[in-house]
Design a binder for this molecule. Structure first.
Ligand code: NDP
Ligand code: 2IT
Length: 452
């Protein structure tokens, strides 16, 4: 449990109190709402019409929430029951869009925090996508392919009725990658008798997927870090970097860091940390995580100059640039202090809300270039929207073209956040810049569409 570090405007405090009272026990959702509401005091002074239309209250209430049972059988025939969610948060800018997370920690509060963040992130991409998120408390660790398939089929047997390329378009997140999207798509296609490519993103390249979608979140996060450094006359070249996690986002953040001349010296999973001062061997990391689906510990067994720290804290490793890419609240106030003491100059969030509110304030007070997840990791969902564009036109783009589009989108997001922060009198504050720019875009669309 974390405390909320900043202050709310007196007109906004009662709105937040109501969110707490209407959504008891959902601490991650409270945290995400508080962070956005902290930024909005200046907005309602400048644009009182948003208060008249109760835009903040409306944005904090999901348009629709679906909770359902997912029964499935394991390989021994034993029956299991999981719970799944889809929170369709806001469709002012486009169909609900956001990933599905399979992890035992999933409950309504986690999906609501992620869905809420997604509204603002998706607005920042400049593409026509609303905000949503889903997931299940299913734990995929150690499950066979057949078990994963049966689980995905059972989940989609309920979820399909809520989806559609113009309605709600899921993708991956923790525990959901191309394999799971394949099983979900197959079942959707079978039930609906429609080859509706644009109903899911993160698909395989042979069946409607987009080049660069796999790499997009990690690459985009690094492009954002590059822009933050460029704005200060610095670069990533020769920088020592630490990337937490070792999943989809972490691996491709590491890959892009290396491509831009930085050195990645550490990564992690929920059991421990790998430190490899010579620089992480990406092929080995991909072999262990993507091909063999094993634990990060194996890296040190196969690479003798790397060290494994069981239960270690990755933020103790001195670095210039930190990329949290595992999960929410993985980087505390004391971790942030340690990073600052060790000379860290930039933090770009690949994960959603990985830094606690105390940690964010430590970075901001120390003048660290800090890019919040909803801006820095928006490259994943942006490329999902590019996948939808390709599906709608029955076309597929080259890697080079798609990567250029991604890079341009990340530069535009950085520019938007940077300029908005200046305009509202808080230069360099990407949190305020991101929250205000995104809120204005969604809020204007909601006002224009009337009371719906
Ligand atoms: P993956 O499942 O591919 O990888 C997740 C990584 O984070 C693993 O190394 C995992 O370790 C670690 N991790 C997950 N949960 C925890 C936990 N509770 N404690 C410690 N470590 C944990 O997921 P992604 O890479 O897709 O997602 C990582 C983050 O990026 C999430 O916050 C996600 O919401 C965010 N994100 C993802 C996008 C995408 O396109 N995939 C887009 C934007 C944001 P272990 O194997 O030990 O569990
Ligand atoms: O958090 C996120 O932005 C994602 N998991 C990706 C969502 C998407 O629809 O591609």
């Amino acid at each position: 449990m974390t405390t909320m570090a900043g202050k709310l405007d007196e007109k906004i405090t009662p709105i937040y109190q109501e969110v707490l009272q209407r959504n008891p026990g959902e601490s991650e959702f409270h945290q995400a709402v508080h962070e956005v509401l902290e930024s909005l005091g200046r907005v309602i002074v400048k644009y009182p019409e948003f208060a008249d239309h109760k835009i903040i209250q409306r944005i904090c209430e999901p348009e629709r929430q679906v909770i359902f049972r997912v029964p499935w059988q394991d390989d021994r025939g034993e029956v299991h029951i999981n719970r799944a969610f889809r929170v369709e948060f806001n469709s002012a800018l486009g169909p609900y869009k956001g990933g599905m997370r399979f992890h035992p920690s999933v409950y309504l509060g986690v999906i609501k925090f992620l869905g809420f963040e997604q509204i603002f992130k998706n607005a920042l991409t400049g593409l026509p996508i609303g905000g949503g998120k889903g997931g299940s408390d299913f734990d995929p660790k150690g499950r066979s392919d057949d078990e994963i398939m049966r689980f995905c089929q059972s989940l989609m047997t309920e979820l399909y009725r809520h989806l559609g390329e113009y309605t709600d378009v899921p993708a991956g997140d923790i525990g959901v990658g191309q394999r799971e999207i394949g099983y979900l798509f197959g079942q959707y296609k079978r039930i609906t008798n429609r080859y509706e490519s644009g109903v899911l993103t993160g698909k395989g390249l042979d069946w409607g997927g987009s080049l660069v979608r796999r790499e997009a979140t990690g690459y985009g996060t690094v492009f954002f870090a590059q822009e933050m450094l460029r704005a200060r006359g610095e670069s990533l070249e020769g920088r020592k970097c630490v990337v937490s996690g070792s999943g989809n986002v972490a691996i491709y953040a590491a890959e892009q860091l290396i491509q831009l001349g930085a050195k990645v010296i550490a990564c992690s999973d929920s059991n421990g940390v790998i430190v490899h001062e010579a620089g992480i061997d990406l092929d080995l990391l991909k072999q262990i995580k993507e091909v063999e689906r094993r634990r990060i510990r194996d890296y040190a067994d196969r690479c003798t100059d790397a060290r494994y720290i069981d239960r270690g804290n990755i933020w103790d490793i001195p670095c210039d640039v930190a990329i949290p890419a595992a999960t929410e609240n993985e980087l505390s106030g004391s971790d942030a202090k340690k990073l600052v003491e060790n000379g860290c100059i930039a933090v770009a969030e690949g994960a959603n809300m990985p830094t606690t509110p105390e940690g964010v304030h430590v970075f901001q007070d120390a003048g660290v270039a800090y890019g919040p997840g909803k801006a820095a990791n928006a490259g994943g969902v942006a490329t999902s929207a590019l996948e939808m564009q390709q599906n709608a036109s029955r076309d597929s783009w080259t890697f080079e073209y798609t990567e250029k589009r991604l890079q341009q989108i990340m530069q535009d997001i950085h520019h938007t956040c940077h300029e908005t922060a200046e305009e509202f009198g808080v230069p360099g504050n990407y949190v305020l810049g991101a929250n205000i720019a995104a809120f204005l875009k969604v809020g204007r669309a909601m006002v224009a569409m009337g009371l719906v």
